[in-house]
Design a protein around this ligand. Structure first.
Ligand SMILES: O=C[C@H](O)[C@H](O)[C@H](O)COP(=O)(O)O
Length: 215
């Protein structure tokens, strides 16, 4: 499967242009993208990173990492996903980086999502939906999730996000109304962000294959 991830990541380089500040996601697929971006280090203006993990890899390649507040609106954001439906709506956050990813996606004109075919689903929800939560609200939010969605929240024990928070993964959801669930969960006090990218889906999805499939 990693070859498919690599093929998708390399194809995403087609969207990189001289002088750009590139938004960079997180995960194993994005790691291939960062590697493919390395030869561009002197042609791009730098990158905005969604995690400490991606920042370390970008710096390893000598790519300048720029604060989003300095960068402003980005032309391009490239990131992976855990699930993708036919409307390019996504579940993300398997690597706990959902909040910063969501911020950068929102700040970007074009979001190119790079996946392998195993991530394509007709309806989102088989992959447990990650929710980033303020630590003191963990039990409260879990009870509310149980009450309002019927899904089973499971604390990702031992994981602390780059923002110092915890993750609840919601199991057994069939997400027929992704925008509605995203809105509903976002409103719970204690929720920092939800790993549903429905209100702001991807603009382009690249499925790794030989040749890559661009949706
Ligand atoms: O928090 C992690 C991100 O949302 C990743 O983009 C997602 O989990 C996919 O990761 P991978 O490319 O490793 O399958």
């Amino acid at each position: 499967m990693s070859e498919a991830k690599r093929l998708a990541a390399v194809k995403a380089i087609d969207y990189v242009e001289d002088g750009m500040i590139v938004g960079v996601g997180t995960g194993s697929t994005v790691a291939y993208f960062i590697d493919a971006l390395a030869p561009w280090r002197d042609r791009i203006a730098g990158a905005v990173s969604s995690s400490e993990q991606s920042t370390a890899r970008l710096k390893l390649h000598g790519i300048e990492v720029i604060d989003l507040n300095t960068a402003g609106t980005l032309s391009l954001y490239v990131d992976g996903a855990d699930e993708c439906d036919p409307h390019k709506r996504l579940i993300k956050g398997g690597g706990a980086a959902l909040t910063r990813e969501k911020i950068i996606a929102e700040a970007s004109k074009t979001f190119v999502c790079i996946i392998d075919a195993s991530k394509q689903v007709p309806i989102l929800g088989k992959f447990p939906l990650p929710v980033e939560v303020i630590p003191m609200a963990r039990s409260l939010v879990a009870r509310e999730i149980l009450r309002t969605t019927g899904g089973q929240p499971v604390w990702r024990d031992g994981i602390v996000t780059d923002n110092g928070n915890v993750i609840l993964d919601i199991h057994n959801l069939s997400i027929v109304d992704p925008v509605g669930i995203e809105r509903e969960l976002n409103q719970l006090p204690g929720v920092v962000s939800v790993g549903l990218f429905a209100r702001r889906p991807a603009d382009v999805v690249i499925v790794g294959a030989e040749p890559p499939i661009v949706l």
